[in-house]
Design a binder for this molecule. Structure first.
Ligand SMILES: [Zn+2]
Ligand SMILES: [Zn+2]
Length: 277
């Protein structure tokens, strides 16, 4: 992992290292405006311009990011992953000079259209335009087929959650990152990861403490012990592993249980911090 970039010279450093920069956007802030360690919503920002999921996208982008993010990949339609996507498009409605592109599988697009952008919960933005043209455009993606977003290549892999959900492999020719999204124990994702020559970092969910294994299982999530079992399926044990999606109520316990795993490369991802590989 490369040193964390300072805010002032992000572009310069990105060019210098040609690193991929990733940030878990904060969901909540304390009374002095600092990001809290709790993750209530899911939205990862890559190189300040591509979002994976959109839970906190309307809450936590700075002005530069708000002006540059026009591509959002939605891994699944659970509220914590798309909660403020409608608000983000609403905020930008008059300003968008190109549509906000939403990448998702056909199944997820249908759910978003049926249950969210349905003229009842929120307007069907994909049918609306401002003076520059359409404000929202779906880009259907298919599992196993590579697709390009800006300078990044992605492959979606189905994972084992309670609704149609994809994990993602991301690369920019130098750096490769793997995201499980929300998942219980899964197989195909690890088979794909194991076929890749070099993976720099893995982002794996750890939603519930070990004592809540049965709830984790029925809700399609992992515990720290489950993370340990999933990591045992990896043939490469040298990659950085970041645990994410810790339920705030149990965060301290989950952090402790993760630290007790016999996996020294596993750490808990901090909302708001920039990571680079
Ligand atoms: Zn979910
Ligand atoms: Zn989730």
């Amino acid at each position: 992992m490369l040193p964390t970039a300072s805010v002032e010279n992000v572009d310069e450093r990105a060019i210098q290292y040609q690193a991929v920069k990733i940030q878990l956007l904060p969901s909540t802030f304390d009374s002095s405006g600092c990001a809290t360690p709790d993750q209530r919503l899911t939205c990862y920002l890559i190189d300040d311009c591509v979002a994976i999921d959109a839970g906190s996208i309307a809450l936590a982008l700075n002005d530069h990011q708000r002006n540059s993010v026009r591509d959002v990949i939605v891994t699944h339609p659970h509220m914590d992953h798309m909660a403020t996507l409608p608000i983000f498009i609403d905020d930008l409605f008059a300003l968008l000079t190109e549509p906000l592109r939403v990448y998702a599988t056909d199944e997820v697009i249908q759910i978003l259209e049926r249950d969210v952008f349905n003229w009842t919960v929120y307007p069907r933005f994909a049918e609306l335009s401002n003076e520059y043209g359409p404000v929202m455009q779906y880009v259907p993606i298919r599992a196993g087929e590579e697709f390009q977003v800006r300078h990044l290549k992605f492959v979606a892999i189905p994972v084992n959650h309670i609704v149609p959900t994809i994990g993602l492999i991301i690369n920019d020719d130098k750096t490769t990152l793997a995201f499980t999204s929300d998942t219980a124990t899964t197989e195909e994702f690890w088979q794909v990861v194991n076929r890749i020559k070099h993976v720099d970092a893995l982002f794996i969910e750890a939603s519930f403490p070990n004592s809540m294994e049965s709830l984790a299982e029925v809700s399609g999530h992992l515990t720290p012990a489950g993370v340990g079992r999933e990591l045992a399926k990896l043939s490469n044990n040298h990659l950085d592993v970041l645990a994410v999606h810790l339920k705030p109520t149990y965060r301290d316990l989950i952090v402790k249980e993760i630290s007790e795993l016999d996996k020294p490369k596993v750490q808990v991802m901090q909302p708001g911090r920039e990571y680079e590989w």
